[in-house]
Each structure stands twice: as structure tokens, then as C-alpha cells.
Design a binder for this molecule. Structure first.
Ligand code: APR
Length: 311
């Protein structure tokens, strides 16, 4: 097997397993897969190993029975938790998933103290904060996924609306992964031209509504479970930037210490990702309405954090 970094994925459900497949297919890292449903993690690992063999790839994906198995991981991706059911908001998941994130974070602290932690479990801004507090890791090593996903969804809607290539679009979506996300159109570019110069406000509002509703639409169409190809691809892009030390900018959920006028909260902002995790937060110039929504977004995340009585 190839001598590659090790990534542990906690939660071998839809997002976790799809992430494992994407990472191994790209030969980025060997994977250790953990789930409370141990037989399921084992079954999926065996099946994915067969897929890798079919593609003649010498990458290892192994199920682990306990948390000792995560030791030596460069990155731990946490997708353990309950997904949304139709009609449920991400916030409804708060208490149930907080208990899971607390216990998983204690294990990461114990067995993978040098790892970078990427939180995917929703409501992820709150879960990232919780994991940061429980692990005690430097905030640069604890981050959340969703800005990449929200930006990708916006890119897809813009490409469809304007009939242009996705690769010509650079979307920027800040804020919480939920109702209060903040698409920043002055910093969303089509061939380096801001979207505010291309579309009317009414069109931009429509794109925002589509992006905000994208996750719920998938939940309602699926009937059981929530989106996973988009989330997994977003984690993959973050993992790639970190492992390859790309120092590229991605919207991700980061701890803020005064950036954007916000403090002691995890929220989606543009971040430079590299081998240290979040190398730096990029501060964009926002319009007053944009920074107002960002502040409101931060307030709603803080309200949920207070409900958990972490501090
Ligand atoms: N430790 C490890 N795994 C756990 C634990 C735990 N304490 N609790 C639950 N799990 C596992 C479940 O057994 C399940 O296999 O987490 C997995 C979650 O997988 P799915 O139910 O398929 O959910 P998924 O669609 O992958 O979403 C996971 O990511 O996008 C978010 O909102 C989503 O919070 C959800 C998470």
C-alpha cells in the first residue's frame, strides 16, 4: 500500500463513506473508518476496497473498532451524527448531535492530539465551536466544512442561470450554514467580473433563495437522509488543500477573534487552507447589509452555543 498520510473518518454513513471513496480514488490518503455501527463500517470498507482494487489503486481503507485506531491521523473528519429529516431545521439536530460531538472530540484529543479536525455534523458552526472547546486544540486546527458547499451550490445555480461554465465562477458565501448564510455578490466573480455588475438585485435574491433552500430541497426529495455528494466533495477539496499545503482560499467555518468585528464564535468566512489547517482568515470588504446579516448570523450561532452551556 502507498505510504500516504492517514485520514480518519468518524461516521461511515452517507457523507463519511462518500468522502472516504473520493479521497481514496484521488490517492490522497489512506483511510481509517469508524462508526458506532461497526459492522456497517466494516461492510463499507470491504466494498470500497473492492472498488479500489477494480481501479488498480493501492490505497488502504480499513474499518477501525475503537478510537485507538485513529492515532497517527493527519486529519480527522467528523460526520458522526443524525442527518435532518423532512421538515427539520439543522438547529433541531442541536442537542442530539452535541452529545455525539462531545464524546468524539474527547477521543480525538486522546488518540490524535496532532490532527486537524474537520467538522461536518450539523449544526456545524456550533459543533465546530464545541469540538474546539472539548479538544482544546489551537483554533487553526479545528474547522467546519460548509462554506465550500454553500459556495459550490451558488456556483451551480449561477452557471445554470447564465449558461456559463462553473469553472469561470468564483462564489463567496459567508455566515452560518443555514437560513442566515450570506452570499457576497460583490466578491462572487464570473471571469473576474463581480456578479453585482452582471445581474439585477432581484436575480441575485433569487439565487440566494435557491442556495439557502438547496439542502432542504434535497432532504425533502430524498425522504430519508440529507445531501451527501456535495458535502463529501466539499470535504475532499478542504482535505486536498490541507494535505497538499495549497494555501488556497476557501469559504470554511473558522474561529474568529475580531475579524469581521466578531469574536469567540465559529462562522463561515474565507480562509487560506494549508498544512496548519486554517492558515489565516481573509477579511473581505462587505457592504453594510452584508455585514449586518453576518452579525445576525453570528448572534444566532452564539444563541445556540449558549443553549449548550459549554463554557
Ligand atoms: N460515533 C460514531 N458514529 C456515529 C455516532 C457516534 N457516537 N453516532 C452516530 N454515528 C454514525 C451513524 O451510525 C451513521 O452511520 O454517524 C453516521 C451518520 O451517517 P448518516 O446517518 O448517513 O448521515 P449523513 O448523511 O452522513 O450526515 C452526517 O453530516 O451533513 C451532516 O447533517 C448531516 O449531521 C449530519 C452529518
Amino acid at each position: 500500500m502507498k505510504n500516504l498520510p492517514k485520514i480518519s473518518i468518524i461516521g461511515a454513513g452517507n457523507v463519511g463513506a462518500t468522502t472516504a471513496m473520493m479521497i481514496t480514488e484521488a490517492e490522497l490518503a489512506n483511510i481509517a473508518l469508524f462508526d458506532v455501527a461497526k459492522a456497517m463500517a466494516k461492510a463499507k470498507s470491504i466494498d470500497m476496497s473492492h472498488a479500489l482494487a477494480a481501479k488498480s489503486l493501492n490505497i488502504k481503507i480499513e474499518p477501525i473498532d475503537d478510537y485507538k485506531g485513529i492515532s497517527g491521523s493527519s486529519i480527522v473528519v467528523v460526520t458522526a451524527g443524525f442527518p435532518r429529516k423532512p421538515g427539520m431545521s439543522r438547529d433541531d439536530l442541536l442537542k442530539a448531535n452535541a452529545d455525539i460531538i462531545k464524546s468524539v472530540s474527547k477521543e480525538i484529543k486522546k488518540y490524535a492530539p496532532g490532527a486537524i479536525v474537520i467538522i461536518v455534523t450539523n449544526p456545524l458552526d456550533v459543533m465546530a465551536y464545541l469540538s474546539y472547546k472539548i479538544t482544546g486544540f489551537n483554533h487553526s486546527r479545528v474547522l467546519g466544512m460548509a462554506g465550500v458547499l454553500d459556495s459550490a451550490r451558488l456556483t451551480d445555480f449561477i452557471a445554470a442561470r447564465l449558461n456559463v461554465k462553473r469553472s469561470d465562477i468564483e462564489s463567496t458565501v459567508l455566515g452560518s450554514h443555514g437560513e442566515l448564510m450570506v452570499p457576497v455578490y460583490s466578491q462572487t466573480m464570473l471571469n473576474n467580473k463581480p456578479l453585482t455588475d452582471i445581474l439585477q438585485q432581484k436575480d441575485l435574491d433569487e439565487l440566494s433563495a435557491l442556495t439557502k433552500n438547496a439542502g432542504a430541497q434535497i432532504v425533502s426529495l430524498l425522504g430519508t437522509g440529507s445531501a451527501y455528494y456535495g458535502p463529501a466533495a466539499s470535504v475532499f477539496e478542504m482535505v486536498k488543500a490541507i494535505l497538499l499545503d495549497n494555501k488556497t482560499t476557501h469559504c470554511a467555518c473558522s474561529y474568529l477573534q475580531g475579524e469581521y468585528g466578531l469574536r469567540d464564535v465559529y462562522i463561515g468566512v474565507p480562509c487560506v487552507l494549508g498544512k496548519k489547517g486554517i492558515e489565516r482568515v481573509v477579511e473581505l470588504k462587505l457592504t453594510k447589509p452584508e455585514s449586518d446579516v453576518l452579525a445576525k448570523s453570528a448572534e444566532s450561532i452564539k444563541a445556540m452555543i449558549r443553549k449548550l452551556e459549554i463554557n
